[in-house]
Structures are given as structure tokens and as C-alpha cells.
Design a protein around this ligand. Structure first.
Ligand code: DLZ
Ligand code: SF4
Length: 509
């Protein structure tokens, strides 16, 4: 049976289930650059360039391994709007008895593939994505019947099942399951900061950069200084570089931010993991090995492994358990449009300006910047989750809906009403001031709660709590913060609300 294997842009792994069983002597493989995927949200140009270049390199590697790999470039006339249309055109010239594809990372694409089963006239088989530790079915089984889904419980179960960072008696390495308490230092003094490994674009990447600059220059984001890894071999070098130079301090400074310093001790490997250039297993194994050899302390190894084995898998499980309803949840009924400052319009809020500028330059910012600056602001301001989610999906090189949606809609915006997190990650300017130096160069005063010079995060925080007071009174974990609200006079509350509304009117126009 002559089989065609489809490889999507985030499936660039040589051990992916769809390739397993492909016979180089008779079967074929197809990768397609299609406009529908490139523009369903206005992706950052660096994201498009990264995916296209990694796809083209992957195709080259498949050919070198002896596979009959076909590649349709975006400017090839056979590239039509969607995967389905392009595939139809391809099948006019090539005959296959069967098509196989690994399940896609997005609901939208899964629906498209299911639709093709009816119309293509060739059987299409969708295989499970075995690159994850936990299958979708396993996650659903774990989640079934639970009132709330605690990531920590899921994570411990994964550690036990996978045998990662466990002592011989099954107890956790270092005596604790979670070292998060040790991960909250701010950057002080002249700490030497490493940089992620950078790669010079080769001819293939240069060709893609040219294409993207011609076709997507109107999108938010800069294309110059492209440095991402675009092959598995490069991504593996970036992983070793991270483990050697950044991981030993990753844990301590995981939540820190510093103006002008984009990566601190973060790995910047998520775009490689999420498109398949790195496998989560090899990443966890390499980090565990570094710990066992004594080159990395436990809080760093555990903190990093928790992100991959715990959080990343948990988020994927939530996505596939709750979709398609999940994408339209809006528990806090937030409906303000996304202010233009998210697309680079000047703002006096230094923290927002710095994070948006970094995003524009790099198509990357680290998780605390995403959660506690741009995400926190969106939560406090009551921005429409649909618009916020679209922004996150568009601007980050590692963003596919399965990972972006629960992180944004659930964790940052609390729009799922508590599926991902038990309470909203709302914080005033004090948090940003504690974890960064942004406030030093800001026109606003982080110490002032209200007034023309007050930090907008401060009055927005209190206005947010007032707006949702009734709901949050029912949440035990919100008791402490609401007790502060109880001490405020009506006059104070009124002036906070007035200033919040006035500020929102000035930034949303
Ligand atoms: C993000 C993206 C972009 C920009 N372009 C393509 C493309 O042209 N061809 C392709 O196969 N994949 C692309 N991707 C990644 C897909 O959007 C991703 O594979 C699906 O969203 C996963 O369901
Ligand atoms: Fe951000 Fe407020 Fe600090 Fe300015 S003062 S940087 S707006 S937290």
C-alpha cells in the first residue's frame, strides 16, 4: 500500500509517529507551506521565517536519509490557501493508496483533517502524537471527575510514572517534589548573564528571510538579526549550551526581569520543543544528567523539568480536554479591545514598553514577562480574551494554540474561571518592582496607589478586585487580598475607579 505521510510545520521530528513505518522505497512524505497557516493570525515575521526554514531543513534531512520527500514552497503555484486544497492539487499528480498524519496541535487543523477524510477520496489516518509524555486519553482519564485540576498532582504523577528525578526508594531527589520557593530571586548587582546560543542564517534561511520580508513585512515584528536554530542538530547544541551556562542559575532567577536583558537564565528553547526540533524526553534526560553529575543544583533541575514534564504536558491535556468550548470562555466577561500599545504604540509604562519591544525584536519573551507584565495588565484592564489570545498566538515564535490558549486564557486571564489556576495571577506594580528594575526608569511612581503619577498597575489592580469582588469572595485563596479592600473608604474606591476608567479611555482609542 503506497502511503503519503504529511508533516505539518510543528511536526519536525524524525521519530514522529507518522514517519514510523514509512518505506523509503515506495512511500512519500509531503511538507507544504500554505498561506492559510501563515495568516490565520498575523504571525511575527521571525516566527514564519523560523518555521519555514526549519521545515525546509527537515525536508532536506529526510531526502538525505533516503526518503522520497516532497516540498511545496509558498511561492510554488501548487501552494493553495489551505492544507486540504494544496494536498488535492498534489494528489492530481501523485497517486497514493493512503495518507497518514500525526494528530495536529490545533483543534482548527484537526477539524480540517477530519473534513478531508470525507472529501479526498483516499483514506486518511490520524495517528497519536507520541512525542508527549502523557497521551490525551491518559490525561482525560486523570482529569475525569476531578473538581479542580491541580498541576502539582499531575506533575508528581508524571515524575513517578516516568521515573524522573527520583531516588531509588521512589522519593523525590533532594527531598522535595517542588523547589519553587527557592526560585524567586531578583537580579542584583553585576551578575554575569549568559546568552542563548545564536546561529548564523545559512542560504536556506536567507532565502526564507527574503520571502518573508516580501510577503509579511506589514506584520508586527522585526525580521533582522534572525538567530534561531533551524535544525535538530543546532537545537541540540543550544540545549547543551543552556545546560552548561544558564541552567545552574535558572532556578534562583526564574521569575526575575531586567531592563535590556532579554533572556537572563532562561533557555529560549520553547520554539524548538514546540515545533519538534527537540524532544521533551531528551531535554528532561539531559537536565537530569546534569543534576546527577553535580553540575546543576536541584532547584534548577527540578524547576526546569517541572516546566516541561509538568506544566507543558498539563497545558496540552487541558487544551484537548476542554476544546472546542475552551476558546470561547470568558468567565470575567472582559470585553475591552486590545490597546495599540500591544502592537508597539508608545506607552509611558516602562515595563510594558520593554516587554513589547523585546517581543517585537525577538518573537520571544520569558514566562514571567508574559504572565506578570503583558498578561497581568490584560487581566487587570479587562481586555477581551479573544483579542489577547490572538496576540499571544501571533507574536511568539513558540506559540501554537494548544500551548498558547490555556496559558493565556486560563493562566494569565483567568477566563476559564479556575480550570488552569485556582486564583487569578493579579498583581499590582509592587510585584513588578520586586522582580525587576523596570520601575526605576518609569515615568510613573510604583509607590503611589492613585493620582496622575501613580503606577497604572496599582489602581488597575484595585479596580479589578472591586469589579469582581462578589465572585472572589467565594474563593478562599482571595481572602487576604480582599481584606485590604475592606479597609478602603468609599471615597478612595471611587477615585481609584475614576482614574482606572480615565486611563483606559486614554490607552484604548
Ligand atoms: C505556524 C505555521 C505557519 C506560519 N506556516 C505553516 C505552513 O505553511 N505549513 C505548515 O505545515 N505549518 C505551518 N505552521 C504551523 C501550523 O500552523 C501547525 O502545524 C498547526 O497549527 C498545528 O495544528
Ligand atoms: Fe510598570 Fe508601574 Fe513599574 Fe512603571 S511603575 S514600570 S508601569 S510597574
Amino acid at each position: 500500500m503506497k502511503t503519503l505521510c504529511l508533516i505539518l510545520g510543528d511536526q519536525l521530528s524524525h521519530n514522529i509517529s507518522s514517519i514510523d513505518g514509512i518505506d523509503p522505497d515506495q512511500d512519500g512524505i509531503l511538507l507544504m507551506e500554505v498561506m492559510g497557516e501563515a495568516e490565520y493570525v498575523p504571525h511575527h515575521p521571525k516566527k514564519i521565517a523560523f518555521i519555514f526554514s526549519a521545515m525546509r531543513h527537515f525536508h532536506q534531512e529526510l531526502k538525505e536519509k533516503g526518503f522520497c520527500s516532497h516540498y511545496i514552497k509558498l511561492d510554488d503555484e501548487r501552494s493553495k490557501g489551505s492544507f486540504g486544497q494544496t494536498l488535492e492539487v498534489f494528489l492530481n499528480d501523485h497517486s497514493y493508496d493512503k495518507i497518514v498524519v500525526t494528530e495536529p496541535g490545533e483543534w482548527r487543523v484537526l477539524e480540517e483533517l477530519k473534513g478531508l477524510m470525507e472529501t479526498l477520496g483516499v483514506p486518511l489516518e490520524i495517528l497519536p502524537d507520541t512525542r508527549f509524555f502523557c497521551s490525551i486519553e491518559e490525561f482525560k482519564k486523570w482529569a475525569n471527575g476531578k473538581k479542580s485540576l491541580l498541576m502539582e498532582n499531575f506533575y508528581r504523577m508524571q515524575r513517578k510514572q516516568q521515573g524522573i528525578l527520583l531516588e531509588e526508594d521512589g522519593k523525590p531527589e533532594g527531598g522535595e517534589w517542588n523547589f519553587d520557593k527557592e526560585n524567586r530571586k531578583a537580579i542584583k548587582g553585576n551578575l554575569k548573564l549568559p546568552k542563548p546560543m545564536r546561529f548564523q542564517p545559512d542560504d536556506t534561511t536567507e532565502e526564507v528571510l527574503q520571502l518573508v520580508s516580501e510577503r509579511f513585512s506589514q506584520n508586527f515584528g522585526k525580521l533582522d538579526n534572525f538567530w534561531f536554530a533551524v535544525t535538530q542538530e543546532q537545537a541540540r547544541r543550544a540545549l547543551s549550551h543552556f545546560i552548561r551556562y544558564a541552567l545552574p542559575n535558572f532556578g534562583d532567577y526564574q521569575d526575575a526581569m531586567k531592563e535590556g536583558e532579554y533572556y537572563l537564565f532562561h533557555s529560549a528553547l520553547s520554539q524548538y520543543l514546540n515545533c519538534g526540533l527537540l524532544n521533551p524526553r531528551e531535554v528532561c534526560e539531559a537536565v537530569e544528567k546534569a543534576y546527577m553529575e553535580g553540575s546543576v543544583p536541584i532547584n534548577c533541575a527540578e524547576g526546569y523539568i517541572r516546566q516541561i514534564l509538568g506544566w507543558r504536558e498539563f497545558i496540552r491535556g487541558v487544551y484537548w480536554t476542554y476544546m472546542p468550548k475552551y476558546s470561547s470562555l470568558n468567565a470575567l466577561k472582559a470585553d475591552r479591545p486590545l490597546p495599540a500599545l500591544y502592537w508597539g504604540k508608545e506607552t509611558d509604562m516602562n515595563c510594558m514598553r520593554c516587554v513589547v519591544q523585546q517581543t517585537e525584536e525577538e518573537a520571544h519573551s520569558h514566562h514571567i514577562q508574559r504572565l506578570m507584565v503583558t498578561g497581568n495588565f490584560a487581566l487587570l484592564a479587562g481586555l477581551d480574551p479573544k483579542e489577547v489570545c490572538e496576540w499571544y498566538l501571533a507574536v511568539y515564535a513558540d506559540a501554537y494554540e494548544w500551548v498558547e490558549l490555556p496559558n493565556t486564557l486560563g493562566m494569565a486571564l483567568f477566563a476559564d474561571g479556575g480550570i488552569v489556576g485556582t486564583k487569578p495571577y493579579a498583581a499590582s506594580g509592587a510585584y513588578i518592582n520586586r522582580m525587576s528594575n523596570f520601575c526605576k526608569n518609569c515615568r510613573y511612581d510604583v509607590k503611589q496607589k492613585v493620582g496622575e503619577d501613580a503606577c497604572p498597575f496599582n489602581y488597575s489592580y484595585w479596580a479589578f478586585l472591586m469589579r469582581h469582588e462578589k465572585r472572589f469572595r467565594q474563593n478562599n485563596r482571595m481572602k487576604m487580598v480582599l481584606s485590604h479592600l475592606d479597609k478602603m473608604t468609599d471615597e478612595e474606591k471611587n477615585s481609584i475607579n475614576k482614574q482606572f476608567n480615565k486611563f483606559m479611555d486614554t490607552i484604548i482609542c
